[in-house]
Design a protein around this ligand. Structure first.
Ligand code: HEC
Length: 110
């Protein structure tokens, strides 16, 4: 078989098998989260004001629209899902940034 074709097929297959978030730019998402103040209330592994990113990811793992749900919570704020402290809305983030952050939070799943 043509080696070039084989390589192309292997590439296509690995792209198809990669987890959905593999296409996320994680460095960009981390920078965005830092710049947006997410880390003043959240940490990867421990609760600060808000729940850890890991607990959030574990809670929503397996939900079909998890990234979109989380993006919406970040945009509009969230209350009553984790405790008595609400998260304020982040209305100035673009839809693309919200989507990136929503998907990024899910990558903390263990
Ligand atoms: C002022 C503190 C604060 C800031 C800033 C903050 N959060 Fe939150 N966040 C919280 C709290 C508190 C909760 C839990 C809210 C609840 O109980 O519904 C939460 C919940 C969440 C959730 C889970 C929502 C759900 O539907 O279960 C996600 C995802 C999240 N935050 C991501 C972010 C991201 C991304 C940023 C930065 C853009 C951010 N947060 C900034 C305090 C904050």
């Amino acid at each position: 078989m043509n080696t070039l074709l084989t390589a192309a097929a292997a590439l296509a297959l690995s792209a198809a098998l990669a987890p959905a978030h593999a296409s996320l730019d994680l460095n960009k998402a981390t920078e965005l989260a830092k710049a947006s103040g997410c880390y003043s209330c959240h940490a990867p592994d421990e609760k600060i004001v808000g729940p850890s990113f890991k607990s959030i990811a574990n809670k929503y793992a397996g939900e079909a629209d998890a990234a979109a749900t989380l993006a919406q919570s970040v945009q509009n704020g969230s209350r009553g899902k984790w405790g008595r402290v609400p998260m304020p809305p982040h209305g100035s983030l673009s839809p693309a940034d919200l989507k990136l952050l929503g998907g990024w939070v899910l990558t903390f799943k263990d």
